[in-house]
Design a binder for this molecule. Structure first.
Ligand SMILES: Nc1ncnc2c1ncn2[C@@H]1O[C@H](COP(=O)(O)OP(=O)(O)OP(=O)(O)O)[C@@H](O)[C@H]1O
Ligand SMILES: [Mg+2]
Length: 608
């Protein structure tokens, strides 16, 4: 491998974001490396071919100088010009063949590398889809992305640098030493005196380089992280006129990045010429001592020429082998993070013996349900609620009370910590998640849209829906009005995060997406919170017609939205504080009444 600086180095391009990871950087784990190599085994044949080519290339490296010796000792000095032509052709053939073999070896290795990356990324993606929402809650997106994009590339480094160095360079080095000793022992031993100096120099360099390269990765990670956050928050920065402060902060990080890179460059700057000087010194020693030996008749010219050639090939493998430690270390660190992700088990799992459901009536019950996202704090306490099939129930209550959490449990994105969620009298844990989710339509509180067109987004849950079905769903959600006014209508491309639509428009598309799948259970979490009240009323009328016979759970802060619900549950601090119809709750004169009066009064004040 090379000593390139700046994002390269032992970590390869993978270093950029992988420094966000937690893997320890200080050791090599054989177990991790072995597990990583398992991904390579399906391509065993290609690997064997690559290794054979590696041996051929190493062999050619060893034979070429020997042929030079033959040319001098047996052809030139003997005046055998005919033989010289033959040896020269053989030499040219050997060298070309060696280069060809190493080129094909590199090709095969990178072919294997790409196959492995492909499989591994596919597996990681599947795994990410299988992991529960809880995993994605607690993991920064950047970290997950860096696992799938960067950390997997260590497999490539392992193949291209680890393997080539470990096998190819060892063979070249040992072979060279053996051949040199066999050819002329005294001259060989004299030349090898350089090895300890070389080894010491590389070891010192490696030690510093390890730290320096790790720092370049970390600092670059910091630059990327800060940049990403500031770009996302640009509107806030500008609104609060904080450009100067954020610039200062970025400059600090940017400067740190520059400094560690200069340190790393300095190291390379000192090391590379040192190696060259050592290499030239060795060459001179061979020339000088070899020359004396030739003069004294102790060695032939051919031996000296061959030695000069061997010495020039001697240092690359030593240098590469000294870097092997770094390569394996980086591979361990990155590989560990990939394996850790693959080993993460989903929190929500189907119970053994769970079965699928083809049809459901839509009866939902929460029986003595307690729930916490993490062990530290219980969010829901002994919640009981019962929804008959076809009922529309509403959850209202203060911010942070636990309404979305109840919806999350009904949607089975999390499991209860105590008690059970029952669907048609069956514990949801006994129903397979995939079959259960097929009966559900959800409009999340955060109206998330994918890149692609508006109709792609509406069609998301039912990819084979016809254009007419898409239009019908949009019209039901009252989204058709604004969509048809767009120049490209349903083919309008949605930009990342849906920024080219208003929040209310995004909500309408989410409603259309949910109703298109014709769900038995519909969960609407603040589905119309950003939509004007007139449109909201229109949607409600339409939904009322559509949702006949379906169970729906509506979460809303605007109480006008929920007054027609069969039953309204007031959630307060993780408990069901009140329940009943709109009229019943008003006469109760409790929390609901209080909320209602406040909203009503503020509306009246606005009207006045
Ligand atoms: N993913 C999560 N991890 C940890 N805690 C969470 C998570 N989601 C919500 N909480 C906590 O659970 C509590 C209930 O949140 P929930 O989202 O259910 O409230 P909500 O009633 O829907 O509020 P809002 O009306 O603001 O939407 C809050 O205190 C919140 O901090
Ligand atoms: Mg909520």
């Amino acid at each position: 491998m090379s000593f390139s600086v700046g994002g390269g180095g032992a970590g390869g391009p993978g270093g950029v974001l992988s420094s966000f990871g937690t893997g320890s950087d200080a050791r090599i784990s054989g177990r991790v490396l072995l597990r990583l190599m398992q991904f390579v085994t399906p391509h065993g044949l290609q690997l064997v071919i690559a290794m054979a080519l590696m041996m051929v290339a190493a062999g050619a490296q060893l034979v070429a100088p020997y042929l030079m010796k033959v040319a001098f000792d047996q052809n030139i000095t003997q005046g055998d010009m005919h033989g010289l032509i033959g040896t020269s052709i053989l030499l040219a053939g050997t060298i070309s063949f060696g280069y060809l073999a190493s080129a094909v070896r590199d090709y095969v290795l990178s072919w294997i590398g790409q196959q492995v990356l492909f499989t591994l990324r596919g597996r990681l993606f599947n795994h990410l889809q299988a992991l529960s929402v809880a995993y994605h809650d607690r993991t920064i997106i950047g970290v997950t992305i860096s696992r799938v994009v960067n950390d997997v590339s260590v497999i490539n480094d392992l193949l291209s640098q680890g393997l080539v160095t470990m096998l190819g360079d060892s063979v070249t080095l040992i072979g060279t030493i053996v051949v040199m000793l066999a050819m002329e022992t005294r001259l060989a031993l004299l030349t090898f005196c350089i090895i300890p100096i070389m080894a010491a120099a590389t070891m010192i360099f490696s030690k510093h380089a390890r730290v320096a390269f790790r720092q370049t990765r970390e600092k670059l990670g910091a630059v990327v992280g800060d940049l990403a956050e500031n770009i996302t928050g640009m509107r806030v920065i500008q609104a609060f006129a904080q450009e100067e402060n954020t610039h200062d902060r970025f400059e600090k990080i940017n400067r740190a990045n520059r400094d560690v890179n200069i340190t790393a460059t300095t190291l390379s700057f000192i090391f590379l010429p040192s190696v060259d000087i050592l290499s030239i010194t060795a060459t001179c020693v061979v020339l000088w001592a070899g020359g004396i030996m030739v003069a004294q008749g102790l060695a032939t010219i051919g031996v000296v020429v061959a030695f000069l050639a061997y010495v020039s090939r001697f240092f690359d493998p030593i240098r590469d082998l000294s870097q092997l430690f770094n390569t394996l270390q980086a591979a361990t660190a990155g590989g560990e993070r990939v394996l850790e992700l693959l080993d993460t088990r989903p929190e929500v799992v189907d119970r053994p013996g769970a079965t699928g459901i083809d049809t459901i009536d839509g009866e939902i019950e929460l029986r003595d349900v307690s729930f916490s996202y993490n062990k530290e704090r219980e969010i829901l306490h002994d919640v009981n609620l019962h929804i008959e099939p076809g009922d529309v129930i509403a959850l209202v209550g203060p911010t942070g009370a636990g309404k979305s959490s109840i919806a999350n449990l009904i949607g089975r994105f999390y499991d209860t910590t105590k008690g059970a969620v029952l669907i048609d009298g069956r514990d949801v844990r006994d129903i397979t998640q995939v079959s259960y989710h097929k009966h559900m339509g959800i409009v999340p509180q955060d109206p998330f849209l994918f890149g692609g067109t508006i109709s792609d987004n509406i069609r998301f849950g039912k990819p084979d829906a016809s254009d007419d079905e898409v239009r019908a769903a949009a019209s039901l959600a009252n989204a058709d009005n604004f969509i048809e006014l767009l120049p490209e209508g349903y083919d309008t491309r949605i930009m990342e995060g849906g920024v080219n639509l208003s929040v209310g428009q995004r909500q309408l598309i989410c409603i259309a997406r949910a109703v298109l799948v014709d769900p038995r259970i519909l969960i609407m979490d603040e589905a119309t919170s950003s939509v004007d009240t007139v449109t909201e009323a229109l949607i409600q009328d339409a939904l009322e017609r559509l949702l006949k016979g379906r169970t729906s759970i509506v979460i809303a802060h605007r109480l006008s939205t929920v007054r027609h619900a069969t039953r309204i549950y007031v959630v307060d601090d993780g408990r069901i504080a009140e329940q009943g119809s709109h009229a019943e709750l008003l006469s109760l004169r409790g929390i609901y009444r209080d909320l209602y009066d406040r909203q009503f009064i503020s509306q009246k004040q606005m009207a006045a």
